[in-house]
Design a protein around this ligand. Structure first.
Ligand code: ZN
Length: 247
């Protein structure tokens, strides 16, 4: 079982009936978000399975503009699924692949027999992933996308959305989308903007203003990466309120 979901009695009953006749030995968790991990231990108690996840603890994002599920802050696995660790059973071998970015502890799981990847929220089938600092990290995220791209998987099975049957062009488009956003930010800096809200007003002019605070948080995620890479200077620790200029 991978990412059993929320700790909801009706949901757990549905899982139990879907699993009837099966023996559950391992429960893998991609990351500690409320729609992924809370059912792991209740399901383990019902099945006798062990829960496996990243050794990195679930951290709180500082975001009040909740655009994604809450963190499952108390979550801890029974055993670690560190990068490269392999787990196996009859007919299956799963390899843990650390894919930080969406969260620091995000881990995807490769099913080696099918050259397939259970990509969690790292790569979604229905939208782009939310990168919310400080737990979310855009620089790590892009590195994790390249790490997955290099593995040349045949199929990606995201936690949300349909399977991705042509991973390479899909991941290329995912990376291009982020780099395009980054180029827009650099263009605003070149145009003389120094504050994130001013950049957002131009970059997201076509978007409902109520979404601008969330957009500012997303620009901040890029800005942290640009500062880390030395392209941009900030007058302190990067935040939405700081001022930025090109290095
Ligand atoms: Zn998530």
């Amino acid at each position: 079982m991978i990412d059993p979901g929320p700790d909801d009695p009706a949901h757990l009953d549905a899982l139990s009936s879907a699993l009837e006749g099966e023996r559950v030995t391992h429960i893998f968790v991609t990351h500690g978000h409320a729609d992924h991990s809370p059912a792991a231990h209740p399901l383990a108690a019902r099945t006798g399975a062990k829960v496996y996840a990243s050794p990195i603890a679930v951290a709180k994002s500082d975001i009040d503009l909740r655009v994604e599920a809450d963190e499952d802050l108390g979550f801890e696995p029974d055993a670690f699924a560190s990068d490269g660790a392999r787990f196996s059973g009859p007919g299956w071998t799963l390899e843990a692949i650390a894919t930080p970015g969406h969260t620091a502890n995000h881990t995807a799981f490769a099913l080696l027999e099918e050259n397939a990847l259970f990509s969690g929220d790292h790569i979604m089938g229905w939208s782009t992933t939310v990168i919310s600092p400080p737990d979310g990290d855009m620089d790590d995220y892009l590195a994790s996308l390249e790490k997955v791209r290099a593995r040349d998987f045949t199929t990606l099975w995201p936690t949300h959305g349909p399977p991705i049957l042509q991973p390479r062009p899909f991941i290329d488009a995912y990376i291009a989308h982020r780099l395009e956003r980054e180029a827009q930010i650099i263009a605003r800096l070149e145009a003389g903007d120094t504050r994130i809200p001013d950049m957002v007003a131009v970059m997201y002019a076509a978007v409902d203003k109520r979404l601008h605070p969330a957009a500012a948080h997303s620009v901040l995620a890029h800005m942290i990466r640009l500062v880390k890479r030395g392209r941009v200077r900030c007058d302190g620790a990067p935040s939405v309120a700081r001022t930025y200029r090109l290095a």
